[in-house]
Design a protein around this ligand. Structure first.
Ligand code: AMP
Length: 404
């Protein structure tokens, strides 16, 4: 019997969870599931990797009536990859009970998707654009929806979906619960909550949560901006990660870094960004999950929310100005209790970004290799704790190539 038994779930759901190897609820699951099962509206602050998908999908699978072919749970997500990932997880959780979950997103023939929905889907996971197309063409019946989920709500807002979300919410006229999951709560999320939700319970597990213990953060000082790619490929060669993600600031940078890594004869390198055709993106995602790609160079949007459980290393090619971006990127490794290492390349231009990042993750600076001479205004310790500390994953003496 697993720790999920206390929630009085349908026994068939418990069987599925056991088969999936879910022993104990994660903190976000323990905090939100009782509220969702009681029908409350919630606003939950939750990161990818916390188990937020199942936190929602377990109660939804428990609550749906599988005798009915109508859509009873509607989950809105920002990207197509997340859409598929969510539907796959919900389908697994609901498998023994016979729950049908389906991912509907743009770039695939709408007719086929609608035929599938007509045949009977209880949980529909959709991106805003494709759902709105279906609503406009009156091709979809939303009148039986009892739960609306807005997942990665902050990401949807930053992608410009605020009006779309309002439109979708306004289309649901019957009483229903609204569950909003977000990594941050910007003012417009609070506004959505006030305007459209019924006394939502706020679940804030990550408010003071520092970085997980199993996630190690290290920084490599790169004296010359032009040497970033060389330093990166040396790091990958020395550390030989089982699987890694390399985060870049733009699509162009993604392509340049991929080209440089391939030129340096690294094997198993590929890239993913929003400019690629949908079928190619899906293929790349599956290849990465299957371990056929060892190093995937990505933009934030392409990687956000994806569950790449086997990622052992995250490389941050260039630090972004937003602290939350660092938290999202580094959080793609060290998931589900596994060990992970996030390594950022830092040039003199980014030194001033370090103090707020270190404060946020609750760590001291840990330089891998030579520490920079930090000017006093950056307020960051120049000490290279990493150079002496002897941490497990670090190569014994990493010396980045620093001459052009
Ligand atoms: P998420 O935050 O929803 O992206 O989930 C991250 C990963 O944790 C996924 O691979 C889930 O299948 C897995 N997971 C979620 N809940 C549990 C649990 N209670 N026990 C073990 N793994 C879990």
């Amino acid at each position: 019997m697993t720790g999920f038994a206390e929630f009085n779930l349908d026994p068939r759901i418990l069987v599925s969870l056991e088969k999936m190897g879910f022993q104990e609820p994660s903190p976000i699951q323990a905090a939100t599931m009782p509220l969702i099962l009681k029908g409350h509206d919630i606003i939950a602050l939750a990161e990818t990797g916390s188990g937020k998908t199942a936190a929602c999908a377990i109660p939804l699978c428990h609550m749906v009536n599988v005798e009915s072919k109508k859509i009873q749970g509607l989950i809105i997500v920002p990207t197509r990859e997340l859409c598929l990932q969510y539907a796959v997880e919900a389908q697994k959780i609901g498998k023994e009970k016979g729950v049908k979950a389906f991912a509907m997103y743009g770039g695939e023939p709408m007719g086929l998707q609608l035929a599938k929905i007509k045949a009977g889907v209880q949980l529909l996971v959709a991106t805003p654009g494709r759902l709105i197309d279906c609503i406009h063409s009156r091709a979809i019946d939303l009148s039986h929806i009892k739960t609306l989920v807005l997942d990665e709500a902050d990401e949807m807002l930053s992608m410009g979906f605020f009006e779309d979300l309002e439109f979708i919410i306004q289309c649901l006229v019957q009483p229903h619960a609204t569950l909003l999951f977000s990594a941050t709560i910007p003012p417009r999320i609070s506004l959505l909550g006030r305007k459209y939700m019924n006394q939502p319970h706020e679940v804030k597990l990550s408010s003071n949560q520092k970085s997980p213990k199993n996630l190690d953060h290290q920084f490599v000082y790169v004296k010359n901006v032009r040497l970033r790619s060389t330093v990166l490929s040396t790091l990958i060669q020395e550390l030989a990660p089982k699987q890694s993600l390399v985060f870049c600031e733009s699509r162009r940078q993604v392509e340049e870094v991929t080209r440089d890594l391939k030129r340096s004869k690294l094997m198993g390198v590929d890239f993913l960004h929003g400019g690629l055709a949908q079928n190619l993106r899906s293929q790349l995602t599956s290849k990465f999950r299957a371990g056929k790609i060892r190093t995937l160079v990505v933009t934030d949007v392409a990687a956000r929310g994806l569950d790449f459980s086997e990622v052992t290393h995250v490389f941050i090619f260039q630090l972004g100005k937003d602290i939350d971006t660092y938290v999202h990127r580094s959080g793609r490794t060290g998931r589900s209790g596994r060990e992970g290492l996030a390594i950022s390349l830092v040039t003199s231009y980014e030194l001033s970004l370090l103090p707020p990042i270190l404060k946020k993750i609750g760590r001291e600076i840990n330089w891998l290799g030579e520490a920079p001479d930090v000017p006093s205004h950056t307020n960051s310790s120049p000490k290279s704790s990493g150079a002496r500390g002897g941490k497990k994953r670090r190569p014994s003496r990493f010396s980045p190539p620093q001459t052009s």
